[in-house]
Design a protein around this ligand. Structure first.
Ligand code: FAQ
Length: 312
């Protein structure tokens, strides 16, 4: 009979050898719970993340922009589905974690609690929000839990298309009229700091990072990924002829990185606590969609039940 100590030894050896942990493998309960927390939050972020951009579907400036945006928003729903499936492999129920999100007991990314006030916001979300998501998620393609890592590979391919469509949309504005340029700068000014906050609290204040990195779920710390994003993005910002709302943003020859100003962490914590500009509106929209979709779920369940009875 294998003891827990032997199981743990086997698990540790797999991590050390960079072999993925699979659904049927033994894993410490804390590892399982931490993954359900992170993957669940990630799935909720994808489906709540559909709302800010969907706000502009009916007002996209051209049919081409509308078709592209529609495809992108649908992709985000798909990402949510892959991630809910990955979470289910850990033994949780999709309905349970979804209900926890609706009840405000599980988090989703802070960034989706900001409003989309003009068309430029949609381009900026694709460019900056998806750009930040890619930096975070490329690292997660090597997460130690196999089903999560594999879902990330497909998601990253799609996020890469999202980022490019966003950059192409902001490029059009950057080369447009003075009014379009001003609209773009305004969107960047509002989204810049919230996007930096997406990477989570600074390393000193991140309660989960050390353990998650030891388990090889996270491969880089929050601050490392934030820095990588800034380094990737500033040249793109300059190419657009736009600026970031940060007087301290500057190239640092010695470190080979861009230095940036102090993040207002109180804002991140307020938003995480449910006091952001759109927290109430976002959860309300999801609760309403859940209630309005009850007849679809009931119909699907009845159909499945009928097939089961027929087969028996
Ligand atoms: N917002 O100890 P840490 C996307 C929470 S997908 C809200 O650092 P951890 C695609 C954290 O959960 C965007 N809460 O935690 C898209 C924890 O709370 P808990 C989502 C945050 O897990 C684009 C507490 O603070 N991406 O954008 C945030 O090690 C466009 C302490 O933090 C992912 O979820 C935040 N920003 O690191 C879709 C990626 N930051 O659980 C539509 C996967 C931290 O103790 C349109 N997740 N918290 O109550 C991760 O990589 C990690 O979970 C982090 C946080 C890096 C987000």
């Amino acid at each position: 009979m294998t003891t827990d100590a032997q199981h743990q030894q086997h698990f540790d050896a797999k991590l050390a050898a960079d072999t993925t942990i699979e659904a049927k493998d033994w894993m410490p309960d804390a590892y399982r719970q931490n993954l359900i927390r992170q993957i669940g939050q990630h799935a909720h972020s994808e489906v709540i993340g559909m709302l800010p951009e969907a706000n502009w579907l009916t007002r996209a400036p051209t049919l081409r922009r509308k078709a592209v945006l529609l495809a992108k928003v649908q992709d985000e729903a798909g990402h949510g589905l892959y991630l809910y499936s990955a979470a289910e492999t850990l033994g949780c129920s999709r309905q349970d974690i979804y209900q926890k999100m609706l009840d405000g007991k599980m988090k989703y990314s802070s960034i989706f609690n900001y409003p989309t006030l003009n068309w430029a916001d949609v381009g900026v979300i694709g460019w900056l929000v998806d750009g930040a998501a890619i930096v975070n998620q490329v690292a997660l393609c090597r997460a130690s839990y196999g089903p999560y890592a594999r879902s990330m590979v497909k998601i990253c391919k799609e996020e890469s298309f999202h980022q490019r469509q966003g950059y192409e949309a902001v490029m059009a504005l950057a080369h447009g009229s003075e009014q379009q340029k001003a609209m773009l700068q305004d969107a960047i000014n509002r989204f810049w700091w919230p996007v930096l906050m997406m990477f989570g609290p600074s390393d000193n204040d991140s309660p989960h990072s050390a353990q998650s990195m030891a388990w090889k779920i996270k491969r880089h710390s929050n601050d490392e990924l934030r820095q990588k994003f800034v380094d990737n993005t500033v040249p793109q910002l300059e190419a657009l002829g736009m600026t970031a709302p940060d007087a301290d943003l500057a190239w640092d020859e010695t470190s080979g990185h861009y230095r940036f100003g102090e993040i207002d962490w109180s804002e991140l914590y307020q938003v995480i606590k449910g006091q952001g500009q759109c927290n109430h509106e976002r959860l309300q929209a999801k609760r309403q969609a859940w209630e309005n979709g009850a007849w679809v779920r009931e119909g699907a369940m009845a159909h499945a039940e009928k097939n089961r009875t027929r087969a028996a």
